[in-house]
Design a protein around this ligand. Structure first.
Ligand code: PHE
Length: 451
């Protein structure tokens, strides 16, 4: 029999859930990663593929994943055990939960290092202000990358912050943190877009880079990156939204909330792109500069604009918080599992999983300097973890979730949870049974070289 409530607590309202899930979705993926991978993959055409993936694959899978969470009401591993019993399905499906737990830890290990960069920039913003000269700004970034001590220090600060929120649990920890931060971040992005508009011709160059597609730039790998990013940015395929769904009270519409969350996430990413690319062109920078892109562009804006000192501080503070609200959702599946199965307190569960993630993160921090020559499959540790998780584990996890919700669970249970008008249910069913898993499968086949 299905549980009626999670032992870990529940969100206090629909709005609280939307904020928390949007907090999970909106993060470094939108503001740091989306612009630089768009830059590396030629712009407009990549953006279109990414948007198509969000609509046709991401949204249906987000509905599926949160629906499974609410029905199971436990950590993803145990939710899959319960749901499989209910559906009379093979117990091995709980390995899908484990893959998610591992993906969450792997992602957080590098996510925390990048969030550490943003934290370092808060202090640079406060104490130095930013220069308006692009070469000085690039040198500042290069200096940070070259320093193992600074990178590990900031990674540590960020991990400690994350785990101390997670320790406090669903209501007082996770919920409170996002309520103020999300709206402020949004306002700040609008200010940055306003600044980008003052760059004149470069503004239009930036917009045209983002929105006029040239499909000759797109190959199988670019499509995989766009699809992987759709999973990454929405926080799908590893149990984060499943565990958040498990704290969702009955009676709240899963489909509607998913649309809001995906909509907000997409708008933030596009705003970040619109703020950043004009600066790239105005300052003769390379759109394909890689992971350092926003750290080499936005400070220029802060260095030049009136009030830039304050806006610079605010922006990086908010970026750190956006990362924090995503980070807590990356680690929540394993923490919830440790509490359920090992009967650990939340505090102990948080400390143990935090230490494991931190340790791995140290190797990521070093992969930008002392270990930069250490490569597997021609990738540094950072590149490898990013590729493995975003491009492979999340799409594979999402594929399995679509199959599970579409083919394994009993239709009457799914209908009961989603409570949608028949036509909308049918539409979702087609997407989750055929379109989403079919598309993921084809892209993966193409990348392995079978197509
Ligand atoms: N969605 C987050 C971001 O865009 C990252 C994330 C990935 C969160 C997977 C949860 C699960 O930054």
């Amino acid at each position: 029999m299905a549980l009626t409530k999670s032992i870990h607590g529940e969100w206090s309202s629909r709005f609280a859930y939307i904020l928390a899930a949007t907090g999970s979705a909106v993060g470094l993926g939108n503001i740091w990663k989306f612009p630089y991978i768009t830059g590396e993959n030629g712009g407009g055409a990549f953006v279109i593929v990414y948007l198509a993936c969000v609509v046709a694959i991401g949204i249906p899978i987000m509905i599926a994943e949160s629906m499974m969470g609410r029905r199971g009401r436990q950590s993803p591993v145990n939710t899959l055990v319960t749901l499989s019993e209910e559906a009379g399905a093979n117990k091995n499906w709980h390995f899908l939960g484990w893959m998610g737990v591992i993906a969450g830890i792997l992602i957080l290990s590098y996510y925390s290092v990048i969030a550490g960069w943003a934290s370092a920039y808060v202090f640079k913003a406060i104490f130095g202000g930013f220069s308006s000269d692009a070469t000085v700004i690039k040198a500042t970034f290069d200096e940070l990358m070259a320093s193992p001590v600074q990178l590990v220090f900031w990674h540590t600060v960020f991990m400690v912050a994350t785990m101390s929120v997670v320790m406090r649990g669903v209501k007082s920890g996770l919920e409170r943190a996002v309520q103020l931060l999300m709206p402020t971040l949004f306002a700040l992005l609008i200010i940055l877009v306003g600044y980008a508009m003052t760059t004149g011709e470069a503004y239009f160059k930036g917009l045209s880079f983002l929105f006029s597609p040239d499909f000759s730039e797109i190959d199988g790998d670019a499509v995989l990156t766009a699809m992987g990013h759709a999973f990454f940015t929405l926080g799908l395929g590893m149990g984060a939204i499943m565990v958040y769904g498990s704290y969702l009270p009955s009676g709240i519409s899963i489909a509607k909330t998913s649309l809001y969350i995906a909509g907000a996430d997409t708008i933030v990413a596009l705003l970040a792109g619109i703020a950043i690319f004009p600066l790239v062109f105005a300052n003769g920078l390379e759109p394909g500069a890689g992971p350092g892109l926003i750290f080499q562009t936005l400070p220029i804006a802060f260095g030049n604009m009136t009030g830039g000192w304050l806006f610079g501080i605010l922006f990086f503070v908010l970026l750190v918080f956006a990362a924090l609200t995503s980070a807590i959702s990356l680690i929540e599946p394993v923490v919830a599992w440790l509490v359920e199965n090992k009967e650990f307190t939340r505090v102990k569960a948080s400390i143990i999983s935090g230490i494991a993630t931190w340790t791995l993160g140290v190797s990521v921090a070093l992969s930008f300097n002392v270990l930069s020559d250490f490569k597997m499959f021609d990738k540094t540790i950072f590149d490898l973890l990013d590729y493995l998780t975003a491009n492979l584990m999340l799409p594979i996890g999402g594929f399995c979730i679509a199959i599970y919700a579409g083919w394994i669970m009993q239709k009457k249970h799914v209908r009961e949870e989603l409570d949608l008008p028949e036509q909308q249910f049918k539409l979702w069913e087609v997407l989750v049974c055929y379109i989403a898993p079919g598309a993921v499968f084809l892209v993966l086949l193409d990348v392995i070289g079978i197509l």
